[in-house]
Design a protein around this ligand. Structure first.
Ligand code: AMP
Length: 146
């Protein structure tokens, strides 16, 4: 199984936020959409949208615990991660899980020829693995039963 298989059923929509949005706006966007991460994109006049970082619920939690003040007074660019780890549609689910474990991340934007084509979360990968195992189990049982 590859990331393009997952994106085929999940779709290619990626929720984004501007770097100068407040942390309160980013939090509200994540809660409203029931997601744990937003890709931070800048609008570039020549190139269109450009990925400049990623912000996840973990960053908001860390900020909240730091006592640095209200979410409404800080910007996404203050706490986002700027070195974004990305995957390719041809990467396997196993490879991607390995990368996520190595980097301790749960969200992976997927790029094809420099263009954003989707985002997979650890939840999407686990769901896919469970479905695969259930299917294997089904066929093995049928094979054993003759
Ligand atoms: P997560 O486990 O995805 O909530 O993220 C944990 C930390 O890693 C947070 O500081 C995120 O900003 C960062 N992070 C999440 N996904 C990525 C990614 N694809 N590339 C780089 N950093 C990430």
């Amino acid at each position: 199984m590859h990331l393009f298989d997952i994106l085929k059923s999940k779709g290619s929509a990626v929720h984004t936020v501007l770097p100068d949005a407040t942390l309160e706006e980013a939090t509200r966007a994540m809660v409203q959409r029931n997601i744990g991460a937003l890709l931070v994109c800048e609008r570039d006049l020549t190139e269109g949208e450009r990925v400049v970082g990623i912000i996840t619920e973990r960053d908001i939690l860390r900020f909240s615990a730091s006592g640095k003040g209200p979410l409404s007074e800080h910007r996404v660019s203050d706490i986002m991660t700027t070195e974004v780890v990305t995957g390719a549609p041809s990467d396997t689910v196993e490879e991607t899980m390995g990368m996520m474990t190595k980097h301790r991340i749960r969200h992976m934007p997927v790029l094809s020829e420099g263009r954003l084509v989707g985002l997979v979360s650890i939840g999407d990968l686990v769901k896919n693995q469970i479905e695969q195992l259930a299917m294997e189990n089904h066929f093995l049982k049928r094979y054993i039963a003759g």
